[in-house]
Design a protein around this ligand. Structure first.
Ligand code: FES
Length: 151
């Protein structure tokens, strides 16, 4: 399978790249198999829990850059609950598909968002974390990121 036009578009002209200076939530995840690393920084409105802005830094393959770019577009303006509900299948669909061998790159993006949400919740123990946050993190960790299959 070739890369879709949308993947190429996000790879060559990524949206929301960089570091958010006034971020109040940061998630950093890596794929031990390929060595790719993704860092998500978000500014969350502390009254509404809406993600007002987000940036990513990804040291990795083209697919990892494209998924990082599109997932930051997808979560901007969403509440933490809505952002957590986005999974890697949604990202792949939004990109118009990914080659099977690259599906694991989309899991990395989902993991990065979950890690940033967890960081925000850890910094705000007075808030109730979105339902299913811990379960999702554990599930994503249990996925073999080399193949994208559950272990
Ligand atoms: Fe590592 Fe794509 S090959 S995330």
């Amino acid at each position: 399978m070739q890369y879709s036009e949308k993947v190429m578009e996000h790879f060559t002209n990524p949206h929301n790249a960089g570091v958010l200076e006034d971020a109040n939530a940061v998630g950093e995840v890596g794929n031990p198999t390929c060595g790719d690393i993704m860092k998500i920084s978000m500014r969350v409105n502390e009254d509404t829990d809406i993600i007002e802005d987000v940036r990513f830094q990804t040291f990795g393959c083209g697919a990892a850059i494209a998924v990082s770019s599109i997932i930051t577009d997808m979560i901007k303006g969403k509440t933490l609950v809505e952002a957590l509900a986005i999974d890697n299948d949604d990202v792949v669909e939004e990109l118009g598909g990914l080659p099977a061998l690259k599906i694991h790159c989309s899991v990395l993006a989902e993991e990065g968002i979950a890690a940033a949400i967890k960081d925000y919740c850890d910094k705000h123990p007075e808030k109730t974390p979105p339902e299913g946050l811990q379960e999702k993190i554990e599930h994503l960790r249990s996925i073999d990121l080399h193949t994208g299959e559950d272990e």
